[in-house]
Design a protein around this ligand. Structure first.
Ligand SMILES: [Zn+2]
Length: 463
């Protein structure tokens, strides 16, 4: 995933990873995980297609035919392959299990260990993709293999998609490609995806179990001032750069209104007692009344909480003038806006125009992004999750979260397939270092996540 959600400060943790007993079933799963991590699927040196073909071979070995599992490679992009598979149920309802198999580049010389060798050491699995997102991908492949072998007949159809192009924009996004060209393979009532796991607290024990539902929409905007310009030896008061700068200054002091949805309200309610102190009290207050001015001031100080409770627009690029010796004829600022679901780009545009307080500054929407509604945390979705969490991590609160960045869930949500992020894999905050050096995942978290995902998928399958 591209942006992490959790933000509260945890300074220390104890890595008390228990020795994991390797049953034959678990060893077979571990072998799939190892194989997948060791296939380089990074954009510069790797291939998603190779990873997809390798996982397809496991499915073929279990009896999946061409009619129910295949690799789909976009035209002209031989390394951007995706794997799709289906276990057909007796009803027409379906659930989609989604994971991406591409990874961010990793250079051997920068890493302590070879990034494309799975190393188990000190209670962790090390390697690129161990956490993001090959753990979930391997869990789904292993699950499909065993379900097929045991001749499992779900009521609800189970679909799996292991896709490319989640991490970098220089590849074909697999989810987008499948939606547009092979929608039958991934059509579902809802989807399970990456996006949230669980948080291990300072005492080394599970602190919260997260379910991700919904994300903000990334909408780029530009602000432009134009001017006739002239020779720089004769400055005039009316200057495009100065005018844009004054508008940007006003914008820097502007906050969009606080607005909670059921997911973010539940997040603040449930996090309040865990965070405690002044911040915790502010969370309780804002959940009860989003107009609470005092609580808003406190929460605004934390960039993550601030981003969860309102739309944000921030200046990220500037481009102005055409020559060192000419008055600027044009000055443009690029804004990165993260829009709360349920709002249109036009609403944000109008808000910006008001905040800029200058009709000479033109606000333009760049590549308009359609907003979708946040997925609902219904009983049908949450029932199996609550049961599995109560059994596996008794007493651990379930905290819904909204991603302030973006995942592939945005394509599915926009296509009417509500998508929930949950892996059941716990980590201390920042521990996995996904996208960074020496990415890792707790051994115990991998196996527990596998048990969790299997429990909920089997429950959904029988509903
Ligand atoms: Zn990811």
């Amino acid at each position: 995933m591209r942006a992490l959600i959790l933000a509260f400060a945890i300074t220390a943790f104890s890595a008390a990873a228990q020795a994991q007993e390797l049953t034959p079933e678990r060893a077979a799963f571990r072998a799939i995980y190892e194989e997948l991590v060791e296939i380089d699927s990074s954009p510069t040196t790797g291939s998603c297609t190779r990873a997809a073909e390798a996982m397809l071979a496991h499915l073929r070995g279990a009896g999946f035919t061409e009619a129910d599992a295949r690799v789909i490679v976009p035209d002209g992009r031989p390394d951007d392959g995706n794997l799709v598979a289906v276990l057909r149920g007796s009803s027409r309802r379906a659930v989609l299990l989604l994971a991406h198999i591409d990874v961010v580049d990793a250079r051997r010389e920068d890493w302590e260990r070879d990034p494309f060798t799975l190393v188990e050491e000190g209670g962790f699995f090390f390697g690129r993709g161990t956490a993001d997102d090959k753990a979930m991908a391997a869990v789904f492949v292993d699950m499909f293999v065993r379900m097929r072998r045991e001749n499992f007949r779900p009521r609800r159809t189970l679909r799996m998609a292991l896709t490319c192009g989640e991490e970098t924009s220089n590849r074909v996004n697999g989810v987008d490609h499948l939606l547009q060209n092979h929608r039958d393979w991934i059509q579902a009532d809802f989807a399970i995806n990456e996006g949230a796991g669980g948080v291990i607290g300072p005492d080394g024990r599970p602190l919260v179990f997260n379910v991700q539902a919904g994300e903000k929409i990334h909408q780029v905007m530009t602000l432009t001032v134009t001017n006739p310009g002239g020779h720089s030896s004769r400055p005039v008061p009316e200057n495009a750069i100065y005018r844009l700068s004054r508008g940007l200054d006003r914008l820097s002091a502007h906050n969009f209104p606080v607005e909670l949805n059921p997911v973010t309200r539940a997040f603040f309610e449930r996090m309040a007692p865990i965070v405690g102190g002044e911040m915790g009290a502010a969370m309780t207050a804002i959940a009860a009344n989003p107009r609470d001015a005092g609580a808003t001031v406190v929460l605004t100080r934390d960039p993550s909480y601030n981003a969860m409770m309102r739309t944000t627009c921030v200046a990220t690029q500037l481009d102005a003038g055409h020559a060192p010796n000419a008055l600027p004829q044009r000055a443009t600022a690029t804004l990165s806006c993260r829009v709360l679901q349920g709002h249109t780009p036009e609403e944000v545009q109008a808000d910006l125009q008001r905040a800029l307080a200058d009709p000479e500054i033109t606000v333009e929407i760049v590549r308009r992004r359609e907003g979708s509604r946040p997925p609902q945390l219904t009983r049908a979705i949450m029932g199996p999750v609550e049961q599995a969490v109560a059994r596996m991590w008794p007493g651990t609160p379930i905290v819904p979260v909204m991603t302030v960045g973006a995942t592939d869930g945005r394509f599915l949500n926009n296509a009417g397939i509500p998508t929930y992020g949950m892996s059941g894999m716990f980590a201390a905050p920042g521990e996995s270092n996904a996208h960074g050096l020496n990415e890792k995942l707790r051994v115990q978290s991998l196996y527990e996540g596998r048990d969790f995902l299997e429990a909920i998928v089997r429950a959904y399958a029988q509903r």
